[in-house]
Ligand binder design. Sequence first.
Ligand SMILES: Cc1ncc(COP(=O)(O)O)c(C=O)c1O
Length: 277
Amino acid sequence: MIVNLDGRFCTAEQACLPLQDSALLFGDSLFETIKVQNNKVLRIEAHLDRLALSASLLDFPRNHDEVRTNLLQTAERCPWPLARLRLTLTRGICNGLAVPPAQHARTIITAVSCSDPDDTQRKAGATCVFAPNRRVNPLSHLPQMKRGNYADCLYAARYAQSRGAREALFRTDEGHILEGATSNLFLIRDKTLITPAAGELVLAGVMRRQVLQAADTLGFTVRQQPIDMQTLFQADEAFLTNAIIEIMPIARLENFPLKRGPLALELLQAIRNGAAS
Ligand SMILES: Cc1ncc(COP(=O)(O)O)c(C=O)c1O
């Protein structure tokens, strides 16, 4: 593992945080999970934009340029063809519930090797289940941010694993399907790309943003609208997106097979070839 703590490289053993760090005590942190390919940080500006938005909404101290430099320097050191960067911002040592002074803030970056799903896995597609829990308070703006307080997503992701599935999909009480525990959801029907609107209960994923940009370039009609079960089962194709897996077709939801087609993987190829990079 490569570790960059506040701009300085160290070993994982040397890196330590105080016990009063606000991230440890309250899950009070922001994070990004970022893909690196051959030392290039993919979609860096989209990650930094989302971080900036969350930081401004939560009054989180951060230095955009410093974070970018630290990410680039960490990526340069990666000896692997593919790597996963985890960027974490914490407010640092806190005293009770008071907001710590900005100079206590910490920037933590780790890099580890990762791998892409192979062609066979993408062709087989993902099995999904419904998450047993809800995506927190529908009136809150907090699910829009990638916060350390990730309990809802972690619970759902682990539930999916326990059922032998790749992903758990969150639903609303009205039966609208929102997104996965760690991914956004897309459908394709008649060359129209459909995804639930971001904000409130759906995270504005960076891969989601890239898919929407590429879809425009490739002549898809795009609709951001609620997705119910009927819409899902009538779709020609359905797929998940996140910054690491990029695009993964869905093959089954609970015990039901979903329709399959070539467009999701064609979209992935087009993005990799430079559509909307
Ligand atoms: C709840 C949730 N939705 C969507 C995503 C996809 O976001 P991104 O494309 O930025 O990886 C994630 C990523 O972890 C997530 O946790």
